[in-house]
Ligand binder design. Structure first.
Ligand code: NAD
Ligand code: AHE
Ligand code: ZN
Ligand code: ZN
Length: 376
């Protein structure tokens, strides 16, 4: 099929705030340094809902959302050497070119090579590979996994051990890797460290899993949904606090400082709420405590705290994709999953066929869902 369009089904976001609609789309052939993937499974991440809601300053419509997907390489364009037809792959919204200033620095997993066009919803040559009803559809986060076939740049894809199944590995394309990496790479949690994790979704529970792997001391999960206590415990949390049910006059910051003899070594925001981000920073131990922002906040939202919080040694940082370098490190994480060192299927609470993808968005909003996996 090299050089030819494929016609398939995709969930299209025509405009912000509206449900997705299943459409017949045309997926053009991959051009030079592009890869066409038959998507087998995709997770639905909170970030897909965030962009669909209209609060993402980079959100552009109509588009095909989805960035947590796995599948098989269907065809490759000229010059592609890192994957071949038939490879089992995960799409990478954080690509790795290995050549740009970011990649060469060794200091970050962010890659600068295609970020500008990715943010505009187009391929590096400035055009789209999707057509529907006579118009172009935009790509999303360089992945667009809510389509049965998608085209990505070669630096945005990585092959992994095919013994691992796409209906699990898709979640390593975002949620699980993001949280696990934030704990083990960005924070580099050490044995005995006291940790607080705000927000027990797939991302927060993955931070818990990473902190537990590092034999952290206290691993305190903070959420406003009591149903998350059982989930937190399952992934290795030692304590659970419902921040909406504290006694009058006690803040979550007071509570965490009391529980950890002065504050946490590391805290993580996995909610995207800027007030939570402030509390997470202020619950850090004076002199060294570090707070990692993972949650994504709406356009116009800003974080604030008294500068004194930083003067007295607390550190505010953040990470995308858990600081994980997709092409060099993700295959090893898949192997860790196969070796039983990382839980993956435990996060899956719902499964739906592509036609029911809007149900996955409803699942996310009703509080009983950790991850819904879509069968394409
Ligand atoms: P989710 O919706 O599944 O989970 C969020 C959790 O936060 C829920 O359990 C909810 O009850 C809890 N929560 C909401 N308000 C709270 C509050 N005030 N205090 C405490 N808990 C609260 O989301 P997810 O898919 O796990 O994603 C979490 C966040 O991380 C989102 O903002 C998402 O956009 C972002 N994200 C960022 C990256 C990255 O690379 N930086 C990657 C994936 C997701
Ligand atoms: N488009 C938003 C920012 C969204 C954002 O921060 N995305 C994260 C990944 S979330 C995955 O669920 C990310 O990778 N950020 C780094 C980057 O380069 O986008 C906005 O505010 O404009
Ligand atoms: Zn995501
Ligand atoms: Zn790069």
């Amino acid at each position: 099929t090299a050089g030819k369009s494929i016609f398939c089904k995709a969930a299209v976001a025509w405009e912000a705030g509206k449900p997705l609609t299943i459409e017949d789309v045309e997926v053009l052939a991959p051009r030079a340094h592009e890869v066409r993937i038959k998507v087998l499974n995709t997770g639905v991440c909170h970030t897909d809902a965030y962009t669909l809601s209209g609060v993402d300053p980079e959100g552009a419509f109509p588009c095909i959302l989805g960035h947590e997907g796995a599948g098989i390489v269907e065809s490759v364009g000229e010059g592609v050497t890192n994957v071949k037809v038939g490879d089992h792959v995960i799409a990478l919204y954080t690509p790795e070119c290995g050549e740009c200033k970011f990649c060469k620095s060794g200091k970050t997993n962010l890659c600068g090579k295609i970020r500008a066009t990715q943010g505009k919803g187009v391929m590096p040559d400035g055009t789209s590979r999707f057509k529907c009803k006579g118009q172009d559809l935009l790509h999303f986060m360089g992945c667009s996994t809510f389509s049965q076939y998608t085209v990505v740049t070669d630096i945005s894809v990585v092959a992994y051990n095919p013994k691992a199944e796409a209906d699990k590995t898709c979640l390593l394309g975002c949620g699980i890797t993001t949280g696990y990496g934030a704990a083990t790479i960005t924070a580099n949690v050490q044995e005995g460290d006291n940790v607080a994790v705000f927000g027990a979704g797939c991302v927060g529970l993955s931070v818990v899993q990473g902190a537990a792997a590092r034999k952290a001391g206290k691993i305190i999960v903070v959420d406003i949904n009591d149903k998350k206590e059982e989930w937190a415990t399952k992934f290795g949390a030692t304590d659970f606090v419902n921040s909406a049910k504290l006694p009058e006059g006690t803040t979550i910051v007071d509570k965490l400082i009391e529980m950890t003899d002065g504050g946490c070594d590391f805290t993580f925001d996995c909610t995207g709420n800027v007030n939570v981000m402030r509390a997470a920073l202020e619950a850090c131990h004076k002199g060294w405590g570090t707070s990692v922002i993972i949650g994504v906040a709406a356009a116009g939202k800003e974080i604030s705290t008294r500068p004194f919080q930083l003067v007295t040694g607390r550190v505010w940082k953040g990470a995308a994709f858990g600081g994980v370098k997709g092409r060099s490190q993700l295959p090893g994480i898949v192997d860790d999953y196969l070796d039983g060192k990382i839980k993956v299927e435990e996060f899956i609470t719902h499964r739906h066929p592509l036609e029911k993808i809007n149900t996955a968005f409803e699942d996310m909003h009703n509080g009983d869902c950790i991850r819904a996996v879509i069968n394409m």
